[in-house]
Ligand binder design. Sequence first.
Ligand code: EPU
Length: 438
Amino acid sequence: MDKLVIHGGHPLQGTVRASGAKNAALPILIATLLAPGEHVIDNVPELVDVSFTLSLLGRIGCPSLIPAEGGARVRLDTTRVAFSEAPYDVVRKMRASVVALGPLLARCGHARVSLPGGCAIGVRPIDQHLKGLEALGCRFELEGGYVNGVVEHLRGAEIHLDVPTVTGTENIMMAAVLADGVSVIHNAAAEPEIVDLACFLRAMGARIRGEGTDTIEIDGVPALRPARNPYRIMGDRIEAGTYLVGGAITGGAVTVERAPVAALGPVLDTLRQAGCEVTVDGDRVHLRRDGDLRPVDIETRPHPGFPTDMQAQWMALMALAQGTSTIRETIFENRFMHAAELMRLGARIELDGNTARVHGREQLTGATVMATDLRASASLFLAGLAARGTTEMLRLYHLDRGYEKLEAKLAALGAQVERVPDDVRVRTGVSADDRAAI
Ligand code: EPU
């Protein structure tokens, strides 16, 4: 398995471009199932999760074409849907495949989707997805680890979600756009990726209002058609935020281009409170830190609160602040797995339920670390960039799910990082630096 070797202690300086947003790309690619025909989607990030999504669509009968040299434009043909199933071996690898449930039911009238189960950050049930789809007329049966759904006639309904779930809101929206009549989703998620999905659905002919607020209204239409123009996915706010924290934690100066500036608001405000100079110029965000890092308490909240997907990165930053800060995680029940690994780099963190108290210190020192999920991995490479000495990060596959061209982007910012294929070391017993001599 590959590992990332980080020689820390060098301030990040320079410019990177935000890639397309993972959490917008996944539902948008799946939403193409709602409109039979050929679709062109731009700014699709090259990520392992995007490959999983395209392979799921391929297995359903919808082939895709990506430029051989790599690139951000994906062509998808959803003229024919041969199977309405998201099997266990796909959902197990990427729980977001559960957003195929709503579109498959709307397109085929039946769907079989593996139950995702829990993951490293929490139990993550899908009861709210099912509740919303049931209100639209779907019926479900749980059998052998699968949700089997059928619907004869989708009809609009008022839906009150108990929690503003992101993928749940997406699933319900994607069925409601083809329902007969009006649907209203109360306590809907308001994340920017939901707004992007709504824009894409609208480009295919859907009638949606209120996305980005907690009440989404949808007038069902009889059919959708592929968008006339290539649809461009929004920039990734979490990726952009991660590189900005990279500038902050190393005391550098980083510019992120093509940043989704409005969506980044809560993170930019918090970085300013921590003593960073943050300026915005069109879709470019500049961050510089010369002075001390001030401790800032955060509590994760649904948008427009501080995003849970930036909590781990914030913890890494606060590990180097001049004082103590408190971090409260209110979205997921088990999202502090990075704390113990940060402590291996010297961070001083006390955990008490969903609260972490981080006692900042002058210096972290490199160590070997590994993470259990994507954002935990991001927090560890950030800490490694700031730490004195060398940090080796194992289990890189998490990062490959959510950070496009990670090493190239970090290198563009002057970081000293390299990916070392571990199999060379295991097979030959020599380090990657000696590979050329073999
Ligand atoms: N929840 C329920 N019942 C449901 C659905 C959710 O109780 O039916 C609970 C969850 O257990 C959790 C809370 O509601 O405690 C919020 O979960 P949500 O459903 O909003 O999360 P998600 O849709 O599974 C998406 C992102 C996550 C991001 C969360 C929160 C995608 C593909 N994933 O997950 O992204 O953390 O929203 O913003 O959009 C990541 O990118 O690293 C990531 C984990």
